[in-house]
Ligand binder design. Structure first.
Ligand code: GUN
Ligand code: ZN
Length: 443
């Protein structure tokens, strides 16, 4: 299902024209068009011009959307999230390993039931859209049914979504374990069924090193050899106890990342969630292999995992994208996620500007997922995935907005005070896929 309409949109536009390797280069690629006009044809961005030079485009088009006063940014890209954990968000009191045991594994058990999976998948995707997130890299559970349900719902909504079945064969309850052979077979079937269908992509998803035997990781490698354009999505160095456990489980590896790297699982389409407790040599390896990291501030704070190091990200030129990591993360909302990222920076004397934060949630994230030729900004020809932000929906926001003199200040205000009420519309592939109702606006 793709849109074949043509329409034109007027509003304030904010994006980044190019990817950068140096944070100081960001101002040079930041594009702000305070009064602009964007033409969308067949689901793609066909033109974006300032009103003065582009108003004839408005007159030429039958379907016009006047969004003056709204701020239009590229659709948010969530680089790490678990859809089966939607219903257990905000589970009290644990750090990673006991949180998995006490809350996560029992919740994920339910996803062997296709009807249950379909219900949560639909709910999950509506949460993404109502929070302005148009693309995501998503964990399923170990059950093929979980991934079938999610892809079916994402296909209906025409979303660019990457997901995969969790692969795990040890250190979890029996009811979630599989053999490497079963994991391999089910993953093959899922790739054949879903990879590159519509806007969907498949990610090989070994949960993390502790639940993976060497034999399972060999299967992951063989699958990557068979389908080189699938993604690899796993966790890396999130929690100190986890890092120590990995040392005992894989004594021959130099460090946590080396468990994956030795087995050929690093590279351009490998995305590692967290990367909090990395050694210098692991940063170097991420850089050399062009692997990416998902920075998940609300999760890292909620589970007390630690603080992601943005200084090192830039120093080593490692691609990153923002992740919410629901259900360890505490919100689907990217504005709130960016606000927490700012605080993670503050605790380390790193000053995260609104522009940099938005970059990590849009074009930077697209690059981290190797999708930047399709999505991430308003370059002509890219897929028209974008969010329409209402910069002031509460009395406090309205008061604060009066003090904002630049669009960047508005964005920073939204990172600090914003939430899903600020998401006026979410557009997917040139179609308005979600709109905040007037009832909700009044609430
Ligand atoms: N490490 C292994 N599994 C998980 C998970 O489900 N969530 C998080 N945050 N970390 C993990
Ligand atoms: Zn996670």
């Amino acid at each position: 299902m793709s849109a074949h309409t043509q329409c034109v949109i007027r509003g304030t536009f904010f994006d980044f024209t190019q990817t950068v390797n140096d944070v100081d280069a960001l101002p040079g690629v930041t594009r702000i068009i305070e009064d602009g006009v964007m033409v969308i044809k067949e689901g793609r961005i066909s033109r974006l011009l300032p009103w003065e030079t582009g108003h004839h485009l408005w007159d030429d088009c039958v379907e016009q959307h006047d969004l003056s006063g709204k701020l239009i940014v590229p659709g948010f890209i969530d680089c790490h999230i678990h859809y089966p954990q939607t219903e257990m968000i905000g589970a009290f009191g644990e750090q990673l390993l006991s949180w998995l045991e006490n809350y996560t594994f029992p919740t994920e058990r339910q996803f062997d039931c296709p009807d249950y999976a379909a219900r949560i998948a639909a709910f999950f995707l509506e949460q993404l859209l109502s929070n302005g997130t148009t693309s995501a890299l998503v964990f399923g559970t170990v059950h093929a049914a979980s991934v079938n349900a999610l892809f079916a719902e994402a296909l209906r909504r025409d979303m660019r979504l990457i997901a995969g079945k969790v692969m795990m064969d040890r250190n979890a309850p029996d009811y979630l374990l599989e053999t490497p052979e079963q994991s391999d077979q089910q993953t093959r079937e899922l790739i054949e069924r879903w990879h590159r269908r519509g806007r969907l992509g498949y990610a090989l998803t070994p949960r993390f090193a502790p639940t993976s035997s060497p034999a399972l990781l060999e299967k992951v490698y063989a699958l990557k050899q068979a389908w080189p354009d699938v993604w690899i999505h796993t966790h890396l160095s999130e929690n100190r106890d986890e890092v120590n456990w990995v040392k005992t489980l894989f004594p021959d590896s130099q460090n946590y990342l080396d468990v994956y790297h030795q087995r050929g699982l690093t590279g351009r389409r490998s995305v590692f969630a967290h990367g909090i407790h990395l050694e210098e040599s692991e940063w170097c390896c991420l850089h050399k292999t062009q692997s990416a990291v998902a920075f998940c501030p609300t999760s890292n704070l909620f589970l007390g995992s630690g603080l992601f190091d943005l200084h090192s990200k830039w120093r080593h030129q490692v691609s990153i994208g923002m992740g919410t990591d629901v259900g360890a993360g505490t919100t689907f909302n990217m504005l709130q996620t960016l606000g927490e990222a700012y605080k993670v920076g503050q605790l380390q004397q790193y000053r995260l500007t609104a522009a940099e934060a938005l970059y990590h949630a849009t074009l930077g994230a697209a690059q981290a997922l190797d999708l930047d030729s399709f999505i991430g900004n308003f370059t002509e020809g890219k897929e028209a995935d974008f969010v329409v932000l209402d910069p002031a929906v509460s009395a406090l926001q309205k008061l604060r907005l009066q003090r904002c003199t630049t669009v960047e200040e508005q964005l920073f205000m939204l990172m600090t005070l914003g939430d899903d009420r600020n998401i006026a519309q979410t557009w997917v592939h040139g179609r308005c896929a979600w709109q905040r109702s007037t009832q909700e606006q009044a609430a």
